[in-house]
Design a protein around this ligand. Structure first.
Ligand code: GLN
Length: 487
């Protein structure tokens, strides 16, 4: 790996600020690295080399004129292909949207561009962000740079794999039930799912609207903090966007862990977790104790209903959101169909993969007149109970800590035959979405030579506290190891 693409976003940004490197050099290094490695990894669905070089030249001109915009100015990044990019194909990983050119930028896209970030391209994902392994991509699976026979996690698999492979310095993903944290854990990078409403969903292809939340991934906590600082904040175009002021995430980063009360949920350590994962997580908790934090046992008794409630709510909302792909307004249309109904049916049959179809059927069923109360409404009530568990825990602790996933990265194909076992990969991440809380994954060790992430869940809008806690561990453990991926 060339030295430049080894840098973290923080290091790249510092070198830009010092004039030690140009945005054009960083951009060319990333493009070369993508060229050399992405045939194997499959992190990118589209590379926008021309636009990236133009944006880099503009960033270099600003810097030369002493008008650098901030820490992201001139830094090459990638976006999960769920974020709308004006005039740049946005597929949501679905054949349904193949070649779709959005007429506008989403808010995350626009804010990163306004901060001077250089967009290298669009990153692979599970179709409509439905999945935990990236194998539901309508285009190609993405592979884990640590072991190409394994999944990078999903649904933001491309976003994590691209970072681990040294192809860019920061990425954005989305997390509906774990899709930022799981791939971050599997690929050994930092991934943060903010509080629901912290980052605008405007211009993000919708999956389950009450759960979806965009968030950053980076090689270091600093990187995630810088990205979050650029995209967070109220957006009048998203009615669920919060008006709370945005914290100074970078400023708060080095506060340490002394006095931090870490809640350890009993239910997250009751078996079913790979011993190597559990050992890495427990070792991280011991590091925190050495740093002056205290561990408090807490209980999240309704966690056990998390998967069931999530898969009702997520499928119900998905069935409604995906109704728009009817062959009329967006994307693929069966031109040879006879009549309107056949055109609807054929367009959906051809454009949508097995997982979205499965979810549309489940969700339509759960929302149907006779079943709404029994399923969707009941799942929403469970959601309240899950949130109350966390509220009670946060009376005794500042963050909740545990594993991100029960295992390290599993093999491609290992779970594709059985959707239920795939759904179980999200058992520890899903409750945080149901409760609308912020959660992150920070590298904490390895199991069988594969990265393991520690999950930290925080109080509403305490992203700064989570990042600070994660940084304390990162400082102690040193830079997270990187995979030896040959070009
Ligand atoms: N794996 C979960 C699902 O398939 C979560 C996906 C996500 O967070 N987007 O729904």
């Amino acid at each position: 790996m060339s030295a430049l693409t080894d840098l973290s976003l923080r290091e790249a940004s510092e070198r830009l600020a010092a004039g030690a490197v140009s945005s054009r050099e960083l951009t060319d290094a990333c493009l070369a690295r993508i060229e050399a490695t992405d045939g194997k990894v499959g992190a990118f669905l589209a590379v926008t080399a021309g636009g990236a070089r133009r944006a880099a030249a503009e960033a270099d001109a600003r810097r030369a004129a002493g008008k650098r915009l901030g820490p992201l100015d001139g830094v090459p990044i990638g976006l999960k292909d769920l974020f709308l990019t004006k005039g740049v194909a946005t597929t949501a990983g679905s054949r349904m949207l193949e070649g779709y050119l959005p007429p506008y930028d989403g808010t995350v896209t626009a804010r990163l561009a306004a901060a001077g970030a250089v967009l290298l391209g669009k990153l692979n994902l599970d179709e409509f962000a439905m999945g935990s392994s990236n194998e539901n991509s309508g285009y190609r699976p993405c592979r884990n740079p640590w072991d190409l026979s394994r999944t990078p996690g999903g649904s933001s698999g491309g976003s994590a794999a691209a970072l681990a492979a040294g192809q860019c310095f920061g990425t954005m993903g989305t997390d509906t039930g774990g899709s930022i944290r799981l791939p971050a854990s599997f690929c050994g990078v930092v991934g943060l799912k903010p509080t629901y409403g912290r980052v605008s969903r405007f211009g993000v292809v919708a999956f389950a609207s009450s759960l979806d939340q965009p968030g950053p991934l980076g090689r270091e906590t600093w990187d995630a903090a810088a990205l979050l600082g650029a995209v967070a904040g109220h957006d009048p175009k998203d009615q669920t966007s919060s008006t709370r002021p945005v914290a100074d995430y970078l400023g708060a980063l080095e506060g340490g862990a002394r006095g931090l009360r870490i809640g350890v949920p009993r239910e997250w350590f009751q078996g079913g977790v790979d011993p190597g994962v559990e050992a890495a997580v427990r070792a991280a908790l011991a590091v925190y104790q050495r740093l002056g934090a205290t561990l408090v046992e807490v209980s999240l008794p309704h966690s056990k209903y998390g998967i069931a409630a999530y898969y009702l709510i997520a499928t119900a909302e998905a069935s409604s959101n995906l109704a728009r792909y009817d062959g009329v307004r967006f994307g693929l249309r069966a031109m040879d169909a006879k009549g309107l109904k056949e055109m609807y049916a054929e367009s959906r049959e051809r454009g949508l993969g097995a997982e979205p179809k499965r979810r549309i059927m489940l969700g339509t069923y759960a929302l149907s007149a006779g079943y709404y109360d029994a399923y969707y409404l009941r799942a929403q009530k469970v959601r309240t109970l899950v949130r109350r568990d966390f509220d009670a825990a946060f009376e005794r602790c500042d963050v909740v800590a545990g594993p991100v996933a029960p295992t390290p990265a599993f093999r491609l194909g290992e779970k594709t035959g059985d959707p239920l076992t795939m759904y179980l990969a999200d058992i520890f991440t899903i409750t945080c979405n149901l409760a609308a809380l912020p959660g992150l994954s920070v590298p904490c060790g390895q199991a069988a030579g594969l990265p393991v992430g520690l999950q930290l869940v925080g109080r509403p809008f305490d992203e700064a506290g989570l990042l600070r806690a994660a940084r304390a561990l990162e400082r102690e453990l040193g830079p997270a190891p990187r995979p030896a991926l040959e070009a």
